[in-house]
Design a protein around this ligand. Structure first.
Ligand code: PLP
Length: 407
């Protein structure tokens, strides 16, 4: 386990990274938007449809039990990835659904006028908009925890913001724009002392570092499968057992019931009572394979690899005139949001695409964050363990080239 992974061989697991765009080798630097998928994940989905396809938890036939075993096996693998119990893991279509589930099923019945929902300035819209909808319906209000100029949470301000009216804290583990890694364990400890329920958005953390929900001490933890080398339309919500047991179902339908009568229905136990309807079975089989694949490499090894790539990229980008990096918190994850004086982020990203380089430009589903920095868009290069030093060199060379056309 302590041997260094062979990153050259690991990269070859990703067939899409071999392709060209606009006649140039693809340089994929948009993994914070969605990750690429390794061959074992593609093979697991393919094998499911070729060999095991059936609905889950319904049929007594052989294929039905194989499909159920694969689906529940994926739940166990994912639970292992975050050091959780499988019966505390609700499989969802992604982070967005996971947070909405907490909002509608946990928060809406509990919040009342005068209560406060505390959110950080760096939240993704998926961890803002559900709370706005809940605030509107419950009479609660939203309070914002602000950031330092480097893009770290201002912890003194956060402690001050945790007044007795605060019932819930929604916080990103890692910012999708800044790369900032929040000290979630410290924050959840302080929140717990004050009776505040914590909802951590782990979308950008689970793919890039070891995550242990028990060590973090949160109440809920959400993540999305497609950024975790898995298929789109997959994700999960981890919740403390006592919370899940106390929460009413959010979506009603098949799979989630024990008995249905027109006078009233009784519900299955968690996590199944939150999984109404036929789930994305093949997707979760793929996501289980992805979690196995990542654990095979080792999350600590992935974290170290990406930290090294980030250092290399940050130094290489120093050679670019007029470069401004948005988000410079110490120990950040491998996400580089940047601007180049005299250019617009969209123009830069468009010209980089012609060089084969995929970066994202825009607001990254975080309007309030960009507003705080007084900007309307950034270019974002986000790295994953499958990227190479040569790709970072290609990014820097391409920026030098296209800058000449724009400035
Ligand atoms: C991607 C992302 C989300 C939303 O994930 P979906 O897959 O679209 O549900 C939420 N929060 C953060 C921090 C993200 O990066």
């Amino acid at each position: 386990m302590s041997t260094t992974p062979d990153w050259t061989t690991i990269r070859q697991d990703f067939p899409l990274l071999e392709r060209q765009v606009h006649g140039k080798p693809l340089v994929y630097l948009d993994s914070a938007n969605t990750s690429q998928k390794p061959a074992p994940v593609i093979a697991a989905v393919d094998d499911f449809y070729r060999q095991h396809n059936a609905n889950v938890s319904r049929a007594v036939h052989q294929l039905g039990s194989e499909a159920t075993a694969l689906y529940e096996g994926a739940r166990k693998t994912l639970a292992r990835l975050i050091h959780a119990r499988a019966d505390e893991l609700v499989l969802t279509s992604g982070t967005t659904f996971a947070i909405n589930l907490v909002a509608y099923s946990w928060a809406l019945p509990r919040l009342k006028p005068g209560d406060v929902i505390l959110l950080s300035r760096m939240e993704h819209h998926a961890n803002i908009v559900p709370w706005q909808l809940i605030a509107e319906r419950s009479g609660a209000t939203i309070r914002v925890a602000e950031l330092t100029p480097e893009g770290a949470l201002d912890l003194d301000a956060l402690w001050q913001a945790m007044t007795p009216e605060v019932k819930l804290l929604g916080l990103a583990h890692v910012s999708n724009v800044l790369g900032t890694i929040n000290p979630v364990a410290d924050i959840c400890r302080e929140a717990k002392k004050r009776g505040i329920t914590t909802v951590i958005d782990g979308s950008q953390a689970v793919p890039h570092m070891p995550v242990d929900v028990a060590a973090i001490g949160c109440d809920f933890y959400a993540a999305t499968g497609h950024k975790l080398c898995g298929p789109t339309g997959t994700g999960f919500l981890w919740g403390r057992r006592e919370h899940l047991a106390a929460m009413p179902p959010f979506i009603g339908g098949g799979e989630m019931i024990r008995e249905v009568r027109f006078e009233g229905s009784t519900f299955n136990d968690a996590p199944h009572k939150f999984e109404a309807g036929t789930p994305n079975i093949a997707g979760f089989v793929g996501l289980g394979a992805a979690a196995d694949y990542l654990q095979g490499i080792g999350m600590s090894a992935i974290q170290a690899r990406e930290a090294e790539l980030l250092t290399y990229a940050t130094e290489a980008m120093q050679s670019i005139d007029g470069l401004r990096v948005i988000g410079t918190a110490p120990g950040k994850a491998a996400i580089i949001s940047f601007l180049i004086e005299g250019t617009h982020a969209h123009d830069l990203a468009t010209l980089l695409d012609l060089e084969g380089i995929a970066v994202r430009s825009g607001q990254h589903c975080a309007h309030p964050l960009l507003q705080a920095f007084g900007i309307t868009a950034t270019c974002r290069a986000s790295l994953a363990f499958y990227n190479t030093h040569a790709e970072i060199d290609a990014l820097v060379a391409a920026i030098h080239k296209v800058r000449k056309l724009l400035v």
